[in-house]
Design a protein around this ligand. Structure first.
Ligand code: HEC
Length: 109
């Protein structure tokens, strides 16, 4: 009996984990209109985002040394505020959504 309950708990944990992973990836859905997020590293409208977390910006004119929580949060909230004339025409006003996006970007490695 005990064995079954351990298995059951493990099963629930696995299902929960998979759902969390799915929720993460879906946060990047709007980004995919303009960015390749696969290891293929294709330039689409914007630069590829695979491995973006922790690396230096590939675009000119942003005042950051690396894309981390803080810089990504500022960029996502308003690219034009970070860089005059930024070509990324997409903003995420919800701090909660930005956090979900950043969590998903960290997984792109
Ligand atoms: C409408 C098209 C569009 C959408 C949607 C979009 N981007 Fe962008 N993004 C761009 C463009 C264009 C650039 C280049 C900006 C420039 O050079 O001024 C860019 C640049 C970036 C960069 C800098 C990359 C580097 O290599 O330095 C990051 C990070 C980024 N976008 C993240 C995101 C995220 C995360 C999302 C989804 C929430 C997103 N973008 C949605 C068009 C888009």
């Amino acid at each position: 009996m005990k064995k079954w309950s351990i298995l059951f708990v493990a099963f629930l944990a696995l299902v929960g984990f998979q759902q969390a992973a799915l929720a993460d990836a879906s946060a990047l859905k709007p980004c995919k209109n303009c960015h390749d997020i696969s290891p293929g590293m294709k330039k689409v409208v914007g630069p590829p985002l695979f491995g973006v977390f922790g690396r230096a910006p590939t675009i000119e004119g942003v005042p950051f040394k690396a894309w981390d929580e803080k810089s990504l949060d500022e960029w996502e909230a308003n690219p034009q505020k970070v860089k005059k004339g930024a070509k990324m025409l997409y903003k995420t006003s919800s701090a909660e959504k930005r956090a979900a996006i950043i969590a998903a970007l960290k997984e792109l490695k």
